[in-house]
Design a protein around this ligand. Structure first.
Ligand SMILES: [Zn+2]
Length: 259
């Protein structure tokens, strides 16, 4: 009986020790809070700690909040007592430069915790545009580069494919992007997948004359009619070799009249 009692006692002691070590309640002290301060951008600029504009402060962690007070450099910004305990502010309400943001959390048990400070840097309008330029500048350069490369590739491909342009009256393959009538040469041309889509059509290159224009997709039957029209245009202005025998004869008769 005596041994079983001592085993029971030591078991209770070990269990108690395990509870003490493992329980977060016991392990937690006000110096190591589980609450964190979140800074969410609603409108404006944010790049790491550099921020400018409208932001919302919110505490994340256990949901037993009773009230949250937000501080900037130790000075109270706002004390919030209603869920979701968030606070919206604009960086322009405070001076430019470095600021420490903290939240003092009171939970429903009445315990007070302070979140680790968030070291932020409120930017001026000039700093923001400088920061934007750093981000947007290389992007713009990249886009211009892509434009140039795509243009050169198109030029090379088109030259290879159509060294002398498309012969008049050729039935074109218009494909997925459809076709259009070129506003420069008035001839039908396929639109390209790589053409630049803009609101009123595709900014694309004509396969006949090589000029760029905004091309709206035109119904298939109109394109076919335009192809046939090309042929009749060529028949209206034939060179001598292609004249019919009848025309040649008439010309000879006309000449003989003056002789
Ligand atoms: Zn054209």
């Amino acid at each position: 009986m005596k041994t079983s009692k001592s085993i029971f006692t030591s078991a209770v002691l070990v269990t108690l020790l395990l509870v003490l070590i493992c329980s977060p309640v016991w392990a937690q002290t006000p110096e190591t809070p589980t609450y964190r301060l979140n800074i969410n951008r609603d409108f404006g600029y944010g790049n790491g700690a550099d921020i400018k504009g409208l932001f919302t402060l919110k505490v994340v962690g256990p949901e037993d909040l009773a009230s949250v007070s937000y501080y900037i450099d130790g000075e109270l910004m706002s004390a919030v007592t209603v869920s979701p305990f968030s606070y919206q502010f604009n960086t322009s309400q405070y001076g430019f430069g470095p600021h420490d943001l903290t939240a003092e959390v009171t939970n429903t048990a009445g315990k007070v915790f302070t979140t680790p400070a968030r070291h932020m840097n409120f930017l001026s309008a000039e700093q923001e545009s400088a920061g934007m330029a750093k981000i947007v500048g290389p992007l713009l350069l990249l886009m211009v580069g892509v434009f140039i490369v795509v243009g050169l590739v198109q030029f090379a491909v088109l030259r290879k494919r159509n060294p002398n342009g498309i012969p008049l009256g050729t039935q074109r393959n218009y494909g997925y992007a459809g076709g259009s009538i070129c506003s420069h040469c008035g001839r039908p041309t396929p639109r390209h997948m790589w053409g630049f889509n803009i609101a009123i059509g595709k900014f694309d290159r004509c396969e006949n004359c090589g000029k760029w224009s905004v091309m709206r997709a035109v119904p298939y039957d109109i394109l076919r009619a335009a192809e046939i029209a090309e042929k009749s245009t060529s028949a209206d202005q034939p060179d001598f070799n292609h004249k019919s025998d009848e025309d040649k004869l008439r010309e000879l008769i006309d000449k003989s009249k003056y002789e």
